[in-house]
Design a binder for this molecule. Structure first.
Ligand SMILES: Nc1ncnc2c1ncn2[C@@H]1O[C@H](COP(=O)(O)OP(=O)(O)OP(=O)(O)O)[C@@H](O)[C@H]1O
Ligand SMILES: [Mg+2]
Length: 373
């Protein structure tokens, strides 16, 4: 399956749960946090982890011919990027002629995962690949992964994948291969409903002998809109501020500045660190229009340009994982409440090579983007 959701909704936490479950069932876990790398680096990352996987499946001394073969395939897979053979140091393996040496990522990755799957099956064990930030896979890498998994399913080999990433990924995988839709489930996770958000705050407090006044809980749910990471930060700050055993609405009001400055300084701020002036202006223009997905043309209009002129900026922001496209022609923030942050961080919209302009206060709903609950 591939879990999708906005920033801070608990995707990585969930992958951690899958990890524990898989290990408890005696499976071997391969974890990879994907970064934007070319195919060469992707090959090296995957191969070095699969080498560890082989060793975790069975100690070297007990390796049967399936394992030797898998190591040889691994050697072929990395031959073009690791001529010195650093990945097979201490393990004698000649490249396996005809396997994973096609020079095509899809064919090569399929050969490699099939060989690992056969090794796993020979010792009655399974392998789960846990890929986080999967939206950063380049299109050919994602295609290769999907095709390889398809082959593993056909061969009934005990290798499976749980990926997690921004909502963008569902569309990407859909484009990559039409059968991805049948191969994967795409559960979307989002904010907690009111009842769960209350429980997330109340239950840990109760375990410590504390309680919440109703108005305090109402306000907390409203403020966080049920986003897990916000609940975590608000609860944490609140615990430091409140003095009595009942957390009151007054405690909550006193906590808000602490909570906001913590989020601004970390969760939100890091997203802007690598953004150019033009990218910032784009984000600020979007924020002025509100939290909902915005049309490219509307954002461009705020900046006094044509949407084609801003196409590259928009594409860069999507590529950086700051925006995603919930539907064609629209873009939305991947970070909940990012619109509110941008308005705080950049009270005045200044356009590179343009005159600063004050935008009118925005209208409309202030809750998070329309997104799967
Ligand atoms: N089930 C949960 N129990 C407790 N805390 C949670 C849970 N889910 C999320 N959180 C809180 O939210 C934070 C963010 O969760 P996580 O890192 O898994 O989000 P994410 O979806 O992977 O975000 P990103 O897209 O930024 O990587 C956690 O560090 C934790 O504070
Ligand atoms: Mg994460």
């Amino acid at each position: 399956m591939i879990i999708t959701g906005l920033r801070g909704v608990g995707k990585t936490v969930l992958l951690g749960q899958f990890r524990s479950k898989a290990l408890a069932a005696g499976w071997v876990v391969l974890e990879l946090e994907v970064s934007k790398h070319d195919d060469q680096r992707f090959r090296l990352d995957v191969a070095s982890r699969l080498r560890t996987t082989l060793l975790e499946l069975s100690p070297k001394a007990k390796w049967n011919e399936r394992f030797q073969h898998a190591l040889s395939v691994l050697r072929s897979f990395t031959l073009s990027v690791d001529q010195a053979g650093t990945l097979s140091v201490g393990m004698s393996a000649a490249p396996a002629d005809g396997y994973a040496d096609h020079g095509d990522l899809t064919l090569d990755l399929t050969d490699l995962l099939v060989a690992v799957g056969e090794a796993a099956r020979s010792v009655n064990r399974g392998v789960v690949l846990l890929f986080d930030e999967i939206q950063f896979l380049q299109q050919p890498q994602l295609e290769a992964l999907i095709a390889a998994l398809h082959k593993l399913v056909q061969r009934e080999l005990p290798v499976t994948l749980v990926g997690a990433g921004l909502p963008q990924i569902a569309e990407l995988a859909g484009d990559a291969k039409s059968y991805a839709e049948r191969l994967f489930k795409f559960p979307a996770i989002g904010r907690l409903n009111d009842q769960d958000a209350r429980r997330a705050l109340l239950e840990p407090a109760e375990q410590e002998g504390a309680d919440f006044a109703d108005e305090a809980l109402d306000r907390a749910v409203e403020l966080t809109a049920g986003y897990p990471y916000f609940i975590q930060e608000l609860g944490h700050a609140l615990w430091g501020v409140a003095e009595g055993t009942t957390i009151t609405a007054a405690d909550l009001e006193r906590t808000i500045p602490i909570y906001e400055s913590k989020l601004d300084a970390s969760f939100f701020r890091v997203r802007l660190d690598r953004a150019t002036e033009m990218q910032r202006a784009y984000l600020r223009a979007m924020a002025g229009l509100g939290p909902l997905p915005q049309k490219a043309a509307d954002v461009a209009a705020v900046l006094g340009r044509q949407s084609t002129q801003l196409g590259p900026t928009r594409a860069e922001l999507i590529n950086m994982g700051l925006l995603y496209t919930p539907e064609h022609g629209f873009a939305a923030f991947t970070v909940p409440h990012f619109d509110q942050f941008m308005l705080r961080a950049m009270p005045v919209l200044s356009i590179p090579d343009g005159r600063p302009r004050r935008t009118p206060p925005r209208q409309g709903p202030t809750k998070g983007p329309g997104h799967a609950e």
